[in-house]
Design a protein around this ligand. Sequence first.
Ligand SMILES: [Fe+2]
Length: 180
Amino acid sequence: MAFSLDNFLHECRLAAGSQQDVRAIVERAVSDRAAVVRELGEPVTDDIKVLFQSDALTVLNVIWPPRVIVTPHDHTLWAVIGIYSGREDNIFWRQLPGAERRRIEAVGATSISDGDTLALSDDVIHSVINPLQRLTGAIHVYGGDVLGRPCTTWDPETLFERPGNGDSFSRGRPDDAPSR
Ligand SMILES: [Fe+2]
């Protein structure tokens, strides 16, 4: 059956207790790029659209600007990312032990593009790059209310936790984004 936004959101809500099940639903959705574009539209401008929001689940349609960098942050919720247009390069970070606890170091990376999904556990710290000269279109599903939840961010130069943390995802438009 072709992707329908209503069906997709309904299935995600039923599966909200299981990241694995949500991943399978997102995987199926982004495997048919044309159908997703028919429902959500071809990405034309950067945007974060809320498709569904509750205490148990948030579904976002994220359109990243070209060449954007989103600096290191966490969500403290599991997430499933599905790409239907473009690319997201993720760098993964971890907090250093002991006295350096408020600082992070890079521990890995992955690149996802059209048709790919990525599952993030609730302890992930990541930064995200759209390396392309065009918009990237993604569906992001979070296992909770990511918009009402403060996230921690780290300074991209010093890699220390930023004072005055508490920006939520909704405010967390990429601070290194080129102005439009
Ligand atoms: Fe994120």
